[in-house]
Every structure is written in structure tokens, then in C-alpha cells.
Design a protein around this ligand. Structure first.
Ligand code: OAD
Length: 271
């Protein structure tokens, strides 16, 4: 470990002596899995302005005016997630569990932490793999294959006439209505309440940890951004892992999660 920075050594010492660790993650932890972030230069919200695409109201209006643009948005959101596999960053986070009490609080909707083996994951912005009722009640799960097929059907639907009705038909596995019941993906858009019970559990976890590792988030979206605030007020030490943002943490391990985290975990293990 001769090449480890003093910051990495310090972070490893904090984690090594912690009783409870929370890992709070955002889009950056999945960037190396091929899923775009939201606010980077090539980010999602640069291509699809949030006023038009980040709320159900905005999306509905945009769909009525420009259905092909909404199809582009849905495919750009869903397809990379459906095709993704966990990165070295996700794997390193799950490995922490073999020697520590770890809870993951994620803003991501891609389920890559669970796939990498993390056992306690609070999905505060929901998951793309659940379909829920208009009131947020769980209805059914969709597989990666079904999400990929849905994207292909939507792509075909927008190439012809009657785009909007054909698009709705193509998307029926993940959203639509049957009888009087409206259903939709189980993800949180702007202006909606965070998913429960995940959000309540996340608040308790954040207030109950000794160290919070903040990975790949600009921490600009509230109320999710309360997580580091709650942890700090409860006396936890904060460590940020990010190439650009220090998230106001005491220690900033600057770099991509897939490089920084495996090195940090090796250090904690004492290899
Ligand atoms: P952002 O796009 O705001 O921030 C992503 C962060 O990841 C930035 O700080 C990048 O520097 C960092 N990053 C990029 N590549 C990285 C890498 N390889 N390793 C580590 N970090 C990297 O995404 P979030 O903070 O997740 O919410 O955004 C929060 C919420 O805003 C999302 O959950 C979503 C969005 O609007 C809703 O839609 C409700």
C-alpha cells in the first residue's frame, strides 16, 4: 500500500474503527456501469431539461406536444439501466459488509448495489424494476429483459404515425392503465414523496452511523441531500468519493469510485 494517499489511509482508519457505516450513493457510482449521471457535462438533465421531463405533469405535457422526444427520454433513461452490470465501485461497497455493519442509502434506481451483493439498500428514489399504482402501492416486478424489450417496442412505435397511442401500447408492461387502475414505474420524480419505508429507515441509519461514505453524488437534490447533514449532526465523520465534488466532507478521496473504493477497501482490510 506504498502508493496510498494520506487521505486514503486516514479514511481507512476511520472506517476500520467504525461500528456502523453508511454508504450514501448517487449516479456517479453507476457511471462506470455505463449509466449517465444527471448534472455532469454530458448529464441527463443537459439533454432533457427537468422542467419538461422530471415531473409527471411536465412529461404529460411534453408527450402531448412531442411524443417522439418523450420516447427518446424513456429509452435514454431505461435502456442503459436495463443493460448495466455492477462496477468495481459497487463490488467494493458490497465487500465492506464482510467485516462491518454497512447500510447503503442510494438515490439510484438501477438495483446495481443489490446485484453486487449489498444486503441492506434503502432505495429512497425507488426502483425502475417495480411497477406501482398511482398511490405508490407495489404491483409487480419487471425484468431487465422486459425493460429492454419495452425500449425496442417504443423505438418501433415512434417511427410511424399515431405515435402517442402506439407508444402507450408499447410501454404497457411498465406504465398505462387497466380498467380504472393507473400504473407506472416505481420511481420518484421531482415534487413527489420519497419511497417508504426506505426514507424513514434511511433517516434512522444516517443518524446512527459513525462514518458516512458519500459516493458519486452532487448532493443537490432535497430531501435526499439531508443524509450527510443528519449524519454530521449526529457526530459521524464524512468521507466523499468523487472526481469533482467534495460534498463538504472532512475527507475527499478524489477520483472515480471504481478506482478509489477498491483501494480504500484493500487498505481497510490491511492487505
Ligand atoms: P448528479 O449527476 O447530480 O451527480 C453525480 C456525481 O457523480 C457528480 O458529483 C460527479 O462528479 C460524480 N461522478 C461522475 N463520475 C463518477 C465516478 N466514476 N465515480 C464517482 N463519482 C462520479 O447525480 P445525483 O447526485 O445522483 O433524482 O443526483 C441526485 C438526483 O438528481 C437523482 O437521484 C435524480 C436527479 O434528479 C430524481 O430524479 C428525483
Amino acid at each position: 500500500m506504498a502508493g496510498c494517499s494520506p487521505e486514503t489511509r486516514r479514511a481507512a482508519a476511520w472506517i476500520g474503527s467504525a461500528r456502523r457505516v453508511v454508504v450514501f450513493t448517487g449516479a456517479g457510482v453507476s457511471a462506470e456501469s455505463g449509466i449517465p449521471t444527471f448534472r455532469d457535462e454530458e448529464g441527463f438533465w443537459q439533454r432533457f431539461p427537468p422542467e419538461q421531463f422530471a415531473t409527471w405533469g411536465g412529461l404529460t405535457k411534453t408527450a402531448l406536444r412531442e411524443p417522439a422526444r418523450v420516447a427518446e427520454f424513456v429509452i435514454a433513461l431505461v435502456e442503459p439501466i436495463a443493460k448495466a452490470a455492477p462496477s468495481r465501485g459497487h463490488a467494493a461497497i458490497s465487500e465492506l459488509e464482510s467485516f462491518l455493519d454497512v447500510k447503503v442509502i442510494t438515490q439510484n434506481i438501477d438495483e446495481l448495489h443489490q446485484e453486487a451483493g449489498s444486503s441492506t439498500v434503502r432505495e429512497i428514489h425507488g426502483t425502475l424494476f417495480d411497477v406501482v399504482s398511482a398511490e405508490g402501492r407495489f404491483l409487480w416486478r419487471v425484468s431487465r429483459r422486459e425493460l429492454i424489450d419495452t425500449c425496442e417496442r417504443i423505438r418501433c412505435a415512434v417511427s410511424g404515425v399515431l405515435k402517442l397511442p402506439r407508444m402507450l401500447l408499447a410501454a404497457r408492461r411498465i406504465m398505462g392503465w387497466s380498467g380504472r387502475r393507473v400504473y407506472r414505474p416505481g420511481i420518484v420524480l421531482f415534487g413527489e414523496s420519497l419511497r417508504e419505508p426506505d426514507w424513514s429507515h434511511a433517516q434512522l441509519d444516517a443518524g446512527n452511523c459513525d462514518v458516512m461514505l458519500i459516493v458519486g453524488t452532487s448532493a443537490r437534490v432535497w430531501p435526499a441531500a439531508e443524509m450527510p447533514v443528519i449524519a454530521r449532526e449526529a457526530g459521524a465523520k464524512l468521507i466523499a468519493v468523487d472526481p469533482v465534488e467534495d460534498s463538504g466532507a472532512e475527507l475527499w478521496l478524489r477520483g472515480p469510485a471504481g478506482e478509489v473504493l477498491p483501494e480504500l477497501i484493500r487498505m481497510v482490510r490491511g492487505d
